[in-house]
Ligand binder design. Structure first.
Ligand SMILES: [Zn+2]
Length: 224
């Protein structure tokens, strides 16, 4: 029997396809829900699922993607739908019935973070970036970006969602530096994982992180 040199990374790699296969029958319903929430088309929902499987290497962002995709977060709107209405509101702005879209994008308290991220993404990708609810929640917007930039945006949005999720009940929203530090950590972690996987995987790393690597190695303003 062949023994993997890296059993943990192999286990992680297999987790997401298993989850997706388990819920394959729900896909039509899932697409309809996302069309209703953010106007996403079937191709975009499917691409989001595929990119979570192929672009994200670590288990934690994959699990977090699954939580968003299946609306498993305890949003104020979800709790209110169970009949609990007293004191159920967005912890940041006090909006009642705050849904997934509100908690990850529409909340007024997230505005400066989202603007900061858009600005830095514009510098990294050398084009104007319009973050939309679909882009933030699913990580994809098929009409706008080429495939190389879509990879990086998918990762950047995954890191953004993990920042929100980790401070779910905090009154203060995550700060820009928290997002950037997490993105940088993910870059270094994935560098290490790809190095373990060998040269072929290294080419993939170059492709997925190319815009960020180029920006990091070039002259840039101090990020604060
Ligand atoms: Zn809010």
């Amino acid at each position: 029997m062949e023994v993997s040199r890296h059993p943990t990374s192999c286990g992680i790699k297999n987790l997401y396809p298993l989850l997706l296969n388990a819920i394959l029958d729900d896909r039509v319903l899932l697409v309809k829900k996302w069309e209703g929430r953010v106007g996403a088309k079937e191709i975009e929902v499917c691409e989001s699922m595929e990119m979570a499987r192929t672009v994200l290497l670590s288990a934690s962002p994959q699990a977090q993607h699954f939580m968003v995709l299946y609306n498993l977060y305890y949003t104020p709107a979800k709790i209110a739908s169970w009949g609990k209405t007293m004191g159920i509101m967005c912890p940041r702005c006090g909006c009642p019935n705050a849904d997934l879209c509100h908690m990850f994008f529409q909340c007024v308290k997230l505005k400066s973070l989202i603007t900061g991220i858009s600005d830095i993404l514009k510098k990294i990708l050398k084009q104007t970036i319009y973050l939309t609810p679909q882009m933030v929640l699913l990580g994809v917007d098929h009409a706008v970006y080429n495939s190389r930039d879509r990879y990086f945006l998918f990762i950047a949005m995954s890191v953004f969602r993990s920042c929100i999720a980790s401070l779910w009940r905090d009154v203060e929203p995550p700060r820009f530096n928290q997002w950037f530090s997490r993105l940088l950590s993910m870059y270094h972690l994935e560098n290490s994982l790809y190095e373990l996987k060998g040269a072929a995987a290294g080419k993939r790393l170059t492709r997925v992180w190319a815009p960020f690597s180029a920006w990091l190695s070039g002259p840039r303003e101090y990020v604060n």
